[in-house]
Write a protein that binds this ligand. Structure first.
Ligand code: GBH
Length: 499
């Protein structure tokens, strides 16, 4: 600490100027010592298929990810699967211990739909599955940790694939029924609910992975049918909670959207516009109907125009009725945000009319700066200001909603416990969060680290590791070891500051 004592006469302008500068530097001194607000919460996150294993244990039904990894292992880069994963189905007590060790307030995990309802429909309940989540929830609460539950983190009952999965409107009620049961079973103790994790990945990026669509499928159409039904299913679950459970359970419910920041590649008006167009296609497509009203205008216009030129009788983007728009509007008690990385976006000429697709509808081009710090995943560059820009943009675009950062994290390939780069990543992204709170007035109320432990990283199998704890996947006991980042996070939570 530098101690300054100054005596001066304020009548002199030069001295006044000096005093102002001194004030300025004192303020920036305190800035690096910002602390997280008292009601700011920290958390760690996982998802069912990525950690649980026990894929057919005690009556669990088959999910799309069980089917996909078993039938087409070549779809996964290391041909692995989540059959055992971290074996959290058996090791849940150790998991709770670990969350406790990190010192955080929240544990965000997801329910495996087919562990509770093996056939997807709610007529058949698998009691061991219900017991599993009851035990986990109770143990968390005993340890002073709040459970945050995601209802759908990508593992759909395989039973629904022949129905067309999310491309079918029947999913709205099927999801509503499942959500209602979850609220009945666990809502007396669970006060924060997330309907869907990252609909963009489910609907725009994952078609080959849903395990439900046979090729060929109508590209440029299926994405929007999925979006449409998923949004309606979200609204259905929200209103079920609102009407039937909120009065007695008093919790909150929303959705988690992923957002990779789109920064204009230059200050040219066309690049500024391109970046905004990209945000609307990647984020606004989901956020706008929920927070504002209907799909974003630019999205509606572009898809309608291209559909027309392609000879479709209607836009490939379905239209909501007025009643549906009104039903969707406001179906959030907070906004769940998953954030990993940032891209520069530039304007490029639109693709000629040809095969319809979501990327062609979206237009624009994106790239990353080679100078940006790398991680263990090619797409995941360390760009903390991207998070700050997102939080500023959300504040401006959606009237400063409460934001819970439900995922943010750093992957490496080694899984080393000496994970200084991960610590630096958290330091920088937490600092960006502090800047957004204190300099920009963003209403961010939580930061949940992805992930509690190394786990099954979807198409990349076990090759990339996001964990605060490492897991030995070669040992049948799946022992977990704290990485250095655990102590770092614990210190952040205790001191409420990043250093
Ligand atoms: C999250 O999705 C998931 O919610 C979580 O389950 C997962 O473990 C975590 O990310 C870490 O991956 O290769 O350029 O096409 C984040 C969404 C989807 C972002 C895939 C990056 C790849 C971009 N991610 N995407 S690219």
């Amino acid at each position: 600490m530098i101690k300054v004592s100054v005596t001066m006469r304020l009548t002199h302008t030069k001295n006044l100027f000096f005093l102002l500068c001194l004030f300025g530097s004192l303020i920036s001194l305190t800035k690096s010592q910002w602390t997280f607000p008292d009601d700011f919460k920290f958390g760690v996150a996982t998802s069912a298929y990525q950690i649980e294993g026990g894929w057919d244990a005690d009556g669990k039904g088959v999910s799309t990810w069980d089917r996909l990894t078993h039938n087409t292992p070549e779809m996964i880069q290391d041909k692995s699967n989540g059959d055992i994963a971290c074996d959290s189905y058996h090791k849940w007590e150790r998991d709770v211990e670990m969350v406790k060790e990190t010192g955080v307030d929240y544990y965000r995990f997801s329910l495996s739909w087919t562990r509770i309802f093996p056939q997807g429909y709610i007529n058949l309940v698998n009691q061991p599955g219900v017991d599993y989540y009851n035990n986990l929830i109770n143990k968390l609460i005993e340890n002073g940790i709040e459970p945050v539950i995601t209802l759908y983190h990508w593992d759909l009952p395989q039973m629904f694939s022949p129905l067309g999965s999310w491309t079918s409107p029947v999913m709205v009620d099927l999801f509503g029924n499942y959500a209602r049961k979850a609220f009945q079973l666990f809502g007396d103790r669970v006060k924060t609910w997330i309907t869907f994790n990252e609909p963009k990945i489910v609907c725009q990026d994952f078609h080959d992975f849903l395990g439900n669509v046979t090729s060929p499928y109508p590209k440029g159409t299926i994405e929007y049918l999925c979006t449409h039904n998923l949004l309606k299913a979200h609204a259905e679950a929200y209103h079920i909670y609102d009407k039937e459970f909120r009065p007695t359970q008093n919790g909150r419910i929303s959705i988690t959207l992923n957002f990779e920041w789109a920064e204009p590649a230059s200050q040219k008006p066309e690049d500024i516009e391109a970046a905004e167009q990209r945000r609307q296609f990647e984020f606004g497509l989901y956020a706008n109907p929920i927070i504002n009203f209907d799909y974003p205008q630019i999205v509606k216009d572009r898809i309608a125009e291209r559909s027309k030129k392609e000879g479709y009788p209607n836009s490939r983007l379905p239209q909501f009725t007025l009643a549906e728009k009104l039903k969707l509007k406001g179906t959030y008690d907070f906004l769940g945000l998953n954030h990993y990385s940032t891209w520069y976006v530039e304007a490029v000429p639109d693709q000629p009319i040809g095969t319809p697709s979501y990327p062609a509808d979206m237009g624009t081009e994106r790239f990353q700066d080679l100078a940006w710090e790398e991680s263990g995943a090619e797409w995941n560059k360390v760009v903390p200001w991207g998070l700050r820009h997102i939080l500023q943009w959300i504040k401006k675009t959606y009237r400063n909603p409460v934001v819970l950062i439900t995922e943010c994290g750093y992957p490496d390939r080694s899984g080393t416990v000496e994970d200084e780069p991960r610590i630096n990543f958290f330091k920088k992204y937490l600092n960006a969060t502090l800047q957004a709170i204190y300099e920009d007035g963003a209403n961010v109320q939580a930061f949940m680290a992805w992930s509690l432990m190394d786990n099954f990283e979807w198409q990349q199998g076990y090759q990339i590791k996001f964990g605060l704890y490492s897991v030995d996947f070669n040992d049948p006991d799946r022992p977990r070891t704290a990485k250095k980042s655990v102590a770092y996070l614990r210190n952040v939570v205790e001191t409420r500051s990043i250093d």
